[in-house]
Design a protein around this ligand. Sequence first.
Ligand code: FAD
Length: 341
Amino acid sequence: MAAPKVAVVGAGLIGLSTALCITETCPSCSVTVLSDQFSPNTTSDVAAGILIPHTYPDTPIHVQKQWFKETFSHLFAISNSAEASEAGIHLVSGWQIFKNTPKEQLPFWSDVVLGFRPMSQAELQKFPQHRFGQAFTTLKCDCPPYMLWLEKRLKASGVQIYPRKVADLWELHREYNIVVNCAGIGAHQLVGDKKLFPVRGQVLKVQAPWVKNFIREGDGSTYIYPGIDSVTLGGTREKDNWSLSPDPDTTQDIFDRCCSLEPSLRGAQVVKVKVGLRPSRQCIRMQREVLSRGGVKLPVVHNYGHGSGGFSVHRGTAKDAAHLVGECIAALQGSSSRAKL
Ligand code: FAD
């Protein structure tokens, strides 16, 4: 069989990182990324980009931990390299705080982040309304720079990138041997996945270079994440809300909530308000499927539905999806050699 032609649908974080992992694990493949939107116009560009996992209820914890570990160690290596500033990856220390002591004081990811420990009483004095907290160091991606860095690496590896809206995965069967679906919330329409729903999130970017530590309410409702050029303030989680328009009342509410945790933010200037739709599901769809019409077959690998935690697990899921592409290639090679006999 000639070099397998693989189409990756979607140029968000998941599509770009999956395409990169495919080129790494299968250098003989010819990989093309097709997408109707690119950075800076994807959900991934809106994200705060902090590596703190979100839990997927229907995925075994050991799998989620493996995805997080892979992602953390991959980005940690980038943060320790000369590429760090161009890739927008940096370490950030801070606090996750709780008004009431949570049942689970040691989350599954506590031994993956660096220096995880309960906050001291002296640290808790900063947050008079909170009784308990966890201090740790994690990584943060500044999203648009990281997306551009991934695109640059893909182009350097010979990956073709084309603007195209795909109406039906089957339309690709004449041009490609394997299709990888990384359409994020777009998969709702593209493959009619009714288990996928949007969770709308609004964030503010503010100028507050004096804020160096992250602060996160334990339930993720309010957060302050310092990045390289600005600080991200959030957030909202509105299930089944498809609106991409920023809401001014929500902007004020987010700002007030963040100022109650970090009063020095009152002096900060809001430079941008962004909205994105988290592609949410009970579990990420990581699956091989074979589409078949009139005796013609098209192997498909799905990798979407990363919800609130795409940045935290993207490298791990990209590696798993690339592994599934490898299985599809082996199956295609098996059937082409059987056909020759
Ligand atoms: P997207 O970025 O939406 O990319 C999907 C791509 O598919 C796009 O390029 C789109 O154009 C393309 N596409 C869709 N349909 C079609 C079609 N029919 N034909 C062609 N192309 C198509 N995660 C974290 O881990 N940490 C955080 O701090 C964090 N903060 C967040 C804050 C907010 C406000 C939001 C909204 C999300 C946050 N997330 C965070 C979650 C993270 O952003 C997502 O999990 C991740 O971006 C999903 O990436 P994706 O590539 O699947 O989707």
